[in-house]
Design a protein around this ligand. Structure first.
Ligand code: VG1
Ligand code: CO
Length: 543
């Protein structure tokens, strides 16, 4: 085995976004592109000689080739051991679980999450630190800086990197441990939830349907729901992971998970439906003819956490991303615990969890999780819901409506305008920022603007400051409009408009969210001049 030092030149576009570096597969396949980024990670973290690295991905197109290259580079960069999921597969939450369980120095996760895959689709890579969570901005900035001046990388030449057989083997001085991608994760889930109660529920006529969207969670869901909890095999759909996700868009929402939605809204619908995304960290929860808004889901999990074994002793606090609705804040207040508001992206939750300040975290983008790991966790959220349902013995809809009756309803929706030319999206954001003075105190019908700003966050643990995290227009009655540009796309810009109002009146809780938010939607379009700048009449996706 020979270590080679390969001369290279920098690419200037390797800046990680909301969740790692995401680009088209073709971009990643340019000569040295992946190698440059991986070497920049290794140079930045300077792991001690002999350290352990966790490695796995969501199985999308190019996953295997990338895994092989990274193993060869890890061997040349002094790692003592690489823990890799069989076949190069690990869901994002499973990778986080394994980093923590085996005290690895960190992990590399290959995923572009909910973005489509295949030769013309997207690929992604991110580095997670020793706590199992996404590297904070300080580190991703340093990785980007390293990528701008890289001149060489190290790699070994090895005949074959075996990925399909469990067990250990050596590449030079480094051990490659090919591990079962599901076992450790399933064990962690069993330690948190009442599997006996969930088994009794799903084997006694309560029908569930889980859609893995041909992404990474299929094998995890089968092991947990079918093998360990006794659900019928037919309750799993699209459970075979495919490199192109069967041509679909593995994003669990009402638009892209339409197959599952049709079943849950159809005749003889099951009692419970759920879906997960490309890398298994997102979740969508459905009841019979009913959709649970992710912001409500976080609030409901928090309000019912005392019913679940792993959370019986109470929550230290809750954190939500800024655009996520304030439903969780109301629960935190009732529980007498703090609620933190962070910028979008899971990397901002890690410090709060490590410092013991929060137990549950969530985002409006179908992400929920807790301090059991340091990533959001799709199947965990599904199990949490099933555990609550097993205790309450009520339908999803009844649980949500009773929650609203107690806390009031934070009516919520997000409108995404995808694939807008970058300059048009920027001009909308610039106009909004330039309008703050004029908007302050402005009256729109019954609504009056109380505050408008560009959200910035000071991490209460390490004092780091993140600015420019989204334009907020907050009204005196607590309604909000938030504008943000996505940091996960690979083509053009995606403008997200987040809309929220509060409805305490139970007699109005049945209203459709779009109807209830119609006034705010109108104001958002008016002040952003979105139609004028982009020519778009309608959002691409509404969640
Ligand atoms: C989106 C979501 C954000 C989430 C991120 C990663 O980011 O809005 O809440 O943390 O995706 O999720 P953005 O910048 O496009 O709005 V995942 O499942 O793609 O890792
Ligand atoms: Co994801």
């Amino acid at each position: 085995m020979q270590t080679r030092t390969v001369a290279t030149t920098p690419y200037d576009d390797q800046k990680p976004g909301t969740s790692g570096l995401r680009k088209r597969v073709q971009v990643f396949r340019q000569p040295h592109y992946l190698e440059n980024f991986v070497q920049s990670v290794f140079d930045t973290i300077s792991a001690p000689q002999g350290a352990t690295l966790v490695l796995g991905g969501d199985g999308r197109y190019y996953n295997r080739e990338a895994i092989r290259i990274i193993i060869e580079m890890a061997a040349a960069n002094g790692f003592g051991r690489v823990l890799v999921g069989r076949g190069g597969i690990l869901s994002t939450p499973a990778a986080s679980c394994i980093i923590r369980k085996y005290s690895a120095c960190g992990g590399i996760i290959l995923s572009a999450s909910h973005n489509p895959g295949g030769p013309d689709g997207d690929f992604g890579i991110k580095y997670n630190i020793a706590n199992g969570g996404p590297a904070p901005e300080k580190i991703t900035d340093a990785i980007f800086a390293a990528s701008r001046k890289i001149s060489q990388y190290r790699i070994v030449d090895t005949a074959e990197v075996a990925l399909d057989t469990l067990g250990n083997y050596k590449i030079g001085d480094m051990t490659v441990s090919v591990i079962d991608p599901v076992a450790d994760y399933a064990e962690l889930m069993e330690s948190l939830f009442d599997f006996d109660a969930i088994r009794a529920l799903v084997t006694s006529g309560f029908r569930i349907q889980f859609d893995a969207m041909h992404a990474v969670t299929g094998p995890y869901a089968r092991e947990i729901f079918v093998n360990r909890l006794g659900a019928p095999a037919g309750s799993m759909m699209n459970a075979e992971p495919l490199p192109d996700f069967g041509g679909g868009h593995p994003d669990p929402n009402l638009t892209y998970a339409h197959e599952l939605v049709a079943i849950l809204y159809g005749d003889s619908a099951p009692d419970f439906g759920a879906a997960s995304d490309g890398d298994g960290d997102r979740n969508m929860i459905l009841g019979k003819h009913f959709f649970v808004t992710p912001s409500d889901s976080l609030a409901i999990l928090a309000a019912n956490a005392h019913l679940v074994p792993g959370y019986r002793h109470g929550l230290a606090g809750i954190a939500r991303s800024m655009p996520t609705s304030a439903a969780a804040d109301r629960v935190a207040k009732a529980l007498g615990i703090p609620c933190y508001e962070t910028p979008t992206g899971w990397k901002f939750f890690g410090n709060l969890m490590d410092a013991g300040k929060v137990t549950l975290c969530g985002e409006e983008s179908f992400g929920t999780g807790s301090d059991h790991i340091r990533e959001k966790d799709g199947l965990w959220a599904v199990l949490f819901w099933l555990n609550i349902i097993a205790v309450h013995n009520q339908s999803v809809e009844t649980i949500v409506r009773e929650h609203w009756a107690r806390f009031g309803r934070n009516v919520y929706s997000r409108h995404d305008y995808e694939d807008i030319p970058g300059d048009q999206a920027n001009s909308v954001m610039q106009l909004l920022r330039a309008s703050f003075a004029q908007l302050q105190g402005a009256q729109f019908g019954d609504l009056r603007v109380k505050q408008c700003d560009d959200f910035s966050y000071t991490d209460p643990v390490d004092g780091s400051v993140s600015t420019g995290q989204g334009v907020r227009i907050i009204f005196t009655d607590g309604s909000r409009i938030v504008f943000r540009l996505s940091g996960t796309g690979t083509e053009g810009a995606t403008l997200r408009i987040y809309l929220e109002s509060f409805e305490p009146d139970v007699s109005r809780h049945h209203l459709d969210a779009q109807e209830a938010l119609a006034t705010l939607i109108g104001i958002a379009l008016q002040i952003s001049e979105l139609r004028k700048h982009t020519g778009r009449e309608q959002p691409t996706v509404i969640t």
